[in-house]
Design a protein around this ligand. Structure first.
Ligand code: SAJ
Length: 401
């Protein structure tokens, strides 16, 4: 079996590698020649533990090769980004151009799958596009949607072991796609239709966003009421049917802070709660930045000098080096802009160097600072003692009870 993966990014490349390792003859396609070149040399252009060794193996055996254009295969997978435009409207133009690129190669019996996170109805739209260009293929090819749900950093395990939801445009398409994925997925492959599968991916991430918004809202209420929110949540979670998540300095990453907009853009009247959750989680970052600015002003008034501030963490969640859509990065930027960068020490132990921020060692920054702002609960920060000699703003529960 020959398969073509359109897009060699965080998901496309690992999936292509795993498929190749399981006996599929894979062509990985990317519009970026640098990515193609690196892949063919067995060098990984993304960071993912254990993946480069696997890439070298499949490149060496000839099971995977990369190219800037597709070729005749039996199955085609669209694994390209679906960002949003300025107004939070989803932009499916990459899915569309990847689809247009494979249309000339499609033949009877082929499988076409979208993996990219997509608004509801995208698979139907691409089906119409394919049949408008190639009407002779109607009822002769298989079309399905199968979202990925892996966690970066644990991709090798999760690609194989997670359950997957597979929704075809008809039963035959679902069956055909299940046959493909069962070559390397050991988790259960759940059958559905393409609209439900599209909505399922958006639902998973919106559900988490809404739950985190609840925790963040509690943190705002508790701050005003003088209650330790971490203690409160811990106690409330002792109830057998309550499971509140943790508040933080906002919600980041390229999935949870993004996917809910794919629902709110298409169903603005119905998705009140989902939209509000996005607003609350964004507001939490703004609120944190204001808290820091207020603490700095108060310090200056009391001590007649500007404080030294340690901003602890830039990543979008604990113990990773990924800064995409990071609320911590947003807060650091906002605070720096408001005070002309004076006396701000930026800390991110998982990143060696950054092209915008000058980074300081976490212990050194903590020692020097008058105000310590805990933004991301990275493990090393938990070794820093709590002290009343400094002003500590703990937005991520480093010192939770
Ligand atoms: N966060 C909190 N409080 C919590 C948990 C998380 O504030 O209690 C914050 C994190 O700090 C971070 C953000 O939420 O800023 C997102 O972190 P995450 O670990 O929840 O999610 P991601 O973006 O790394 O990965 C998610 C996962 N989806 C779900 O858990 C539903 C992953 O399984 C998906 O594959 C991925 O999105 C994706 O590709 O959609």
């Amino acid at each position: 079996m020959k398969a073509c993966f359109m897009g060699l990014g965080y998901i496309g490349l690992p999936t292509a590698i795993i498929a190749a390792k399981h006996g599929v003859q894979v062509t990985g396609v990317d519009i970026n020649p640098h990515v193609v070149e690196m892949t063919n040399q067995g060098r990984l252009h993304i960071i993912e533990p254990g993946m480069e060794e696997m890439l070298q193996e499949v490149v060496k055996s000839g099971a995977l090769k990369a190219s800037i254009k597709p070729e005749v295969c039996d199955a085609y997978f669209m694994v390209v980004p679906t960002p949003f435009k300025g107004n939070h409207e989803p932009d499916i133009s990459y899915v569309e151009s990847a689809t247009r690129a494979v249309i000339p190669y499609l033949k009877e019996g082929d499988l076409y799958v979208i993996e990219s996170t997509s608004p509801v109805g995208t698979t139907d739209k691409m089906k119409d596009l394919i049949f408008a260009e190639r009407p002779e293929l109607k009822d002769k090819i298989y079309i399905a949607y199968c979202p990925e749900r892996v966690l970066p950093g644990n991709v090798i395990y999760e690609l194989v072991h997670n359950d997957r939801v597979i929704g075809g445009m008809n039963e035959a398409s679902t069956t055909k796609a299940i046959e493909f994925y069962s070559q390397f997925v050991q988790g259960t492959l759940h059958r559905t239709n393409c609209k439900t599968a599209e909505m399922c991916k958006l639902t998973e991430n919106s559900s988490r966003d809404v739950q985190i918004a609840f925790a963040n809202e509690l943190s705002l209420i508790c701050d005003k009421a003088g209650i330790n929110v971490w203690e409160l949540i811990n106690l409330a979670n002792k109830h057998p049917r309550v499971n509140i998540l943790q508040p933080g300095c906002g919600v980041g990453g390229h999935c949870i802070a993004v996917d809910p907009y794919f629902i709110t853009a298409d169903f603005p009247v119905e998705s009140q709660l989902i939209a509000k959750a996005r607003e609350i989680n964004n507001y939490k970052s703004f609120w944190c930045a204001e808290k820091v600015q207020n603490a700095m002003l108060r310090f200056e008034l009391e001590h007649h000098r500007k404080p030294c501030v340690a901003m602890m963490g830039l990543a979008f969640k604990p113990n990773i080096d990924d800064l995409r859509e990071s609320p911590a990065k947003y807060i650091v930027t906002k605070v720096m802009q408001s005070c002309n960068n004076a006396n701000i020490l930026v800390v991110e132990p998982n990143v060696k160097e950054h092209n915008v921020f000058k980074l300081t060692d976490y212990k050194e920054a903590y020692e020097k600072a008058d105000i310590v702002v805990m933004l991301v609960a990275h493990d090393p920060f938990k070794t820093l003692p709590y002290t009343t000699d400094k002003i500590i703003l703990d937005f991520c529960g480093i010192y939770k009870k």
